[in-house]
Write a protein that binds this ligand. Structure first.
Ligand code: COA
Length: 260
């Protein structure tokens, strides 16, 4: 499948999805969101792909937000539809994938850009990265999950301040807030993401998918995370990966997980 706005490089179990509109600071227009939807589904469905890394092209931006030129004249109804579609096609999709998604934030991650990074399972950033939700400066609020996920990740008070001031924070503050797990130089960013991916890939992809579902369950309304954990835990006992993992331990050898 060929894409206009993104690049995909799949190697050694890692799919790197790069948003590639550098002259627009990789802003998420409708076409890019649709391509990302296809690319994430494709990577998630590929048994060879154990980890997905999402990043932006160029040295300036991860993603500088939703494409403002596309929604500047929208009505109330079209605004609501834009938000709902975005949740469904990209942000909820990424959060709920069974394949781990790491966001490698290589520059500006603003608005929809930070929202995409927050939909990923965790984030690392280069030391030049700047993150924020500037929507209130445009007379609107974050509409791709930002009001919820930022508060989950950094706490309600910090989220309130970031959204109200529409300001940006640097990588060091993002690290101290727990918004990003690691900070590296820009040159080392992808290598760092791949190094972490390498550690993830040694483990059972089936158990990892199950863990993602259990952890996410605790952040969903009307679902009891502990009950989901019990269900997922039991389910793991029926998998070939569980048999291989426990057998390998008892036989004092490294497991060779079938991924089933
Ligand atoms: N939507 C559409 N286009 C965008 C964009 C966005 N969110 N962010 C950047 N661009 C475009 C600019 O319009 C410009 O295009 P042009 O060269 O055709 O005029 C190009 O990307 C480069 O951006 P520019 O503003 O010239 O770069 P800068 O270095 O001066 O400023 C930012 C960088 C990130 C501070 C600035 O681009 C910005 O504030 N962007 C919008 C951020 C935002 O509000 N995001 C939330 C959207 S809901």
């Amino acid at each position: 499948m060929s894409f206009e706005n993104i690049l995909i490089d799949s190697n050694d179990g890692i799919a790197v999805i790069t948003i590639n509109r550098p002259d627009k600071l990789n802003a998420l227009n409708k076409a890019t969101i649709e391509e990302l939807n296809k690319a994430f589904k494709l990577a998630d469905g590929d048994k060879e792909v154990k980890v997905i890394i999402v990043t932006g092209s160029g040295e300036k931006a991860f993603v500088a937000g939703a494409d403002i030129s596309e929604f500047a004249n929208f009505s109330v109804e079209k605004g609501q539809e834009l938000s709902a579609k975005g949740h469904e096609l990209l942000f909820d999709l990424v959060e709920n994938l069974s394949t781990p998604v790491i966001a490698a934030i290589n520059g500006f991650a603003l608005g929809g850009g930070l929202e995409l990074a927050m939909s990923a399972h965790f984030r690392i950033a280069s030391d030049n990265a700047k993150m924020g939700l500037p929507e209130t400066s445009l007379g609107v609020i974050p509409g791709y999950g930002g009001t919820q996920r930022l508060a989950q990740l950094v706490g309600k008070g910090r989220a309130m301040e970031m959204v109200m001031t529409a300001g940006m924070i640097g990588a060091a503050d993002a690290h101290s807030y727990g918004l990003v797990n690691h900070v590296t130089s820009q040159a080392e960013l992808l290598d760092k993401a791949k190094e972490i991916a390498g550690k993830i890939m040694r483990n059972s992809s089936v158990a990892i998918g199950s863990a993602i579902r259990a952890i996410n369950a605790g952040f969903k309304d009307g679902i009891n995370g502990y009950e989901e954990e019990i269900k997922e835990f039991g389910w793991n006992f029926g998998t070939a990966d569980f048999k291989e993992g426990t057998t390998a331990f008892l036989e004092k050898r490294r497991p060779n997980f079938p991924g089933e």
